[in-house]
Design a protein around this ligand. Sequence first.
Ligand code: S3P
Length: 430
Amino acid sequence: MKFHHAKRLKGEITVPGDKSISHRAVMFGALSEGKTEVSNFLQGADCLSTIDCFRRLGIEIACRDHTITICGKGLDGLSAPSRILDAGNSGTTTRLISGILSAQPFTTTLTGDASIQKRPMKRIIEPLSMMGANIESLSGNGCAPLRIKGAPLHGIHYRSKVASAQVKSAILLAGLYAEGETAVTEPVLSRNHSELMLRAFGADIRSEGATAVISPRPRLTGQKIRVPGDISSAAYFIAAGLLVPGSDILIRNVGINPTRDGILKAARAMGGRIFLLNENYEGEPTADLHVTYSPLHGTVIEGGMIPTLIDELPIIAVMAAAASGTTIIRDAAELKVKESNRIDVMVRNLSAMGCSITGTEDGMVIEGNGSSELPFKGTVIDSFADHRIAMSFAIASLLADGETEIKGGECVSISYPGFYADLESLVEAE
Ligand code: S3P
């Protein structure tokens, strides 16, 4: 795929539904009694993998455009799949469903694509095993494929070393079936969509700071859920609007949950002008984002902020490379175990575009090219089949001198199938 620099971005868009929330709506709907109707559901490949897994577990799910209906059968309504479950590229599907499968009266084998088969699963195998689960990494390397033999579980209080909503949610979902309460304490609070949505479905779950506690065997009942726009998808347009001179855009109905809004804080700390309009609350807080061109400067991104913008760090690195001054990102070693090693891949690709970037053990240091009108050099970029890398470099190309080619750019379908069309609708070409 080939891209050229833009004159400016103008107009308004609505980004698709939130990926994390869409996954959870399918899973919790399946475990509830009665119908769950989910509107603005993200029809991205990752969420379709979750639907596929639950259909194989005997749950009826109907899809009509962006609305899906799940016929939940309650906590004990899943049935043994006739073959291996395939989570595709989705870490959220793999880790969350493992918590549920650990308690079922049958054995399941769960796998995914080449990237999933390299991602660490020990982080869920360990706590789920402490609860009594029987999970084996079939290749013996702590990764998928996983064979999960359901077993009676008991509650634990797990103190996680990583702030990970996937780990937390896997344990809380297992906690639905455990004997006694289950608690998870994180080093820093990660996204809390599971806690909010499980409560809405009727679970007895409470949060105190970075600890969530769930009681077993609630009666979950089907809900109507409207999924807010994904702030992680909006992030690419936030960056484009701030970076391309003369831009003025409106991004409608974006989820602004405080455990996810680090991109807004980081962008503002860099001098970005982003205004929230029409703030609303429907299970999750939302707003329209008005973004205008702003000269950006470097900043430091670290500590408790990291989990609130973990998926946005590739596009933040692009913003930093086009800003003036130095940006330091630290405490983000988790970047190495995402869909690709996002530290290595950002260093490689931003360097290829002529930027000064150094990878560190837990982040990157970027010297911005802000004084230049076109801070990037057009070149060939490898997305490494990582959707967030492809979208980050499509935005960088808007500020590149010459043509940018993105290899494997179609991987955006994982989280944002209409990304290139939406980008094109905003861009005014030179
Ligand atoms: C997600 C949690 C985060 C995030 C991922 C989605 C979720 O992963 O990076 O894209 O839906 O719970 P970790 O829990 O591994 O940090």
